[in-house]
Design a protein around this ligand. Structure first.
Ligand code: HEC
Length: 432
């Protein structure tokens, strides 16, 4: 696929600087290893023609007329594209902060809708000239594309370079990656103050600034749904109170969006998933570019014994949710996202799965990410993958693992090992 270079390049740069995205996040200190990695050079060759992701595969199928996209009044290719990419419409979340490309069009009355599955993300702003897309390439990380919303001519998905202005910043681990922020806005949706990188470690009280949130979240503190001057005023009066609810039908009308949700569980999963994918890309790049950062404390067995790198240790910690922010109130999604997500499996002999939700005190019942089963994890360079597996094994199989892994009780660690043994085909021999 050809690269398209000049997609509103200057306009993008303007937004990137205005949104504080081109620079390092002011909200949280970055560690030095999060500098940008040279992804243009071999062996990464990010902009090289080779791609291995779901969107490039869809474009190839479009060219061979194996699949058709249907253009409909109002939403253009959106619904048809979601179907072709197997992305459920119930994964919809809505962000009204002007953080991204179509900032001019995004507002509390016209939020940007995001949809996702394990590998693909779709961004749609009503009235925007193009749909924004990204997908995980198992070797290259996040790949970016657009699809013009025009009914004439064959639909064509085009690879974009300019997106990396924001999407390869320190907030995406310095590799081509995904972003989630939480910024309070003014009533027009202009970001004012907040956090440039949200992960499952971020307390919910700091999340969802600039986003709508729907579902049942009891007294959970959060910054979502602060879209009007009145919302903001009331929040200012009681900043530590429970998060606000919103009636989207009233704010957006019934017809514009395919569904009227910005599901709280979808948001929680999205925030978990994006950061993990960025970490996987970072570990992959560091190994292949031979830019391994200083060793971390964790030594793994082998002959001779090896030490995981600092990034690999962060990956293991994140995979096992060791620093996850607790849910201070149980949550329940209001859309069918939860059931869609858990249905994906795979399940072990006892019917357990890493996609099983907890939603009482934390996100998942078993704290090992389902993305351990993703192509990007399996495609980690062999040396890095071996070290990560050995470190995971040491933590999961220990009678009493050292701090911080002692936060996972023995029973849960045993369950995780059992689920992985039943469901993950290519575990190292020593795990069986
Ligand atoms: C001005 C900075 C900026 C630029 C440039 C930008 N994005 Fe983003 N993008 C964001 C932010 C911030 C988010 C997180 C959601 C939000 O706040 O809107 C995001 C989210 C996304 C998502 C959802 C997955 C994710 O990473 O959260 C997709 C898909 C996406 N962008 C596609 C694109 C494409 C395609 C381009 C280039 C045509 C692009 N973006 C350019 C800032 C940017």
């Amino acid at each position: 696929m050809k690269l398209q270079l000049a997609f509103f390049r200057w306009q993008l740069l303007f937004y990137a600087v205005a949104a504080g995205l081109a620079a390092v996040s002011p909200a949280r200190a970055q560690t030095p290893d999060e500098g940008k990695l040279p992804y243009r050079q071999q062996p990464i060759d990010y902009f090289g023609p080779e791609t291995n992701d779901a969107i490039a595969r869809l474009q190839a199928r479009l060219e061979k007329h194996e699949v058709r996209l249907e253009f409909r009044e109002g939403q253009g290719y959106l619904q048809s594209l979601l179907e072709a990419l197997d992305v459920p419409v119930v994964s919809q979340t809505l962000v009204f902060a002007k953080n991204s490309v179509n900032a001019r069009l995004i507002s509390p009355e016209n939020p940007r809708a995001l949809y996702f599955n394990d590998e693909v993300y779709v961004g749609w702003v009503p009235g925007a000239p193009a749909i924004e897309l990204s997908a995980v390439d198992r070797q290259k990380g996040a790949m970016f594309y657009t699809l013009r919303q025009q009914s004439e001519g064959a639909p064509r998905i085009v690879r974009e370079e300019s997106c990396l202005l924001c999407h390869a910043s320190a907030n995406a681990q310095g590799v081509p990656g995904h972003l989630v922020r939480s910024f309070l806005t003014d009533p027009q949706g202009n970001p004012t103050r907040g956090y440039s990188r949200i992960t499952h470690d971020t307390p919910t009280a700091e999340r969802w600034g600039g986003w709508y949130v729907t579902g049942d979240f009891g007294s959970l503190p959060h910054q979502g749904n602060l879209a009007t001057a009145l919302d903001l005023l009331e929040h200012e009066r009681n900043p530590d109170g429970p998060g606000r609810t919103v009636d989207l039908r009233q704010r957006l009308g019934a017809a514009k969006y395919p569904v009227l949700h910005s599901d709280v569980v979808a948001l929680l999963v999205l925030e978990h998933q994006l950061h993990l994918q960025n970490l996987l890309t970072r570990v992959n790049y560091e190994e292949r570019l031979e830019r391994r950062p200083v060793a971390a404390a964790g030594t793994v067995a082998g002959n001779p014994p090896q030490t995981v790198t600092e990034t690999e240790e962060r990956l293991v910690r994140y995979l096992l949710f060791v620093d996850e922010a607790p849910l201070e109130s149980p949550v329940l999604g209001g859309s069918a996202f939860e059931s869609w997500f858990s249905r994906q499996g795979p399940r072990d002999r006892q019917g357990r799965s890493l996609r099983q939700f907890d939603l009482e005190r934390r996100l998942f019942a078993f704290r090992c990410s389902y993305l351990i089963d993703s192509p990007a994890f399996d495609a980690l360079p062999a040396a890095a993958r071996t070290r990560v597996y050995a470190r995971l094994w040491k933590v999961l199989s220990a009678a009493a693992p050292a701090e911080p892994y002692d936060r996972l009780p023995a029973r849960e660690r045993r369950a995780i090992l059992e689920i992985l043994r039943d469901t993950k085909p290519d575990l190292p021999e020593s795990w069986k």
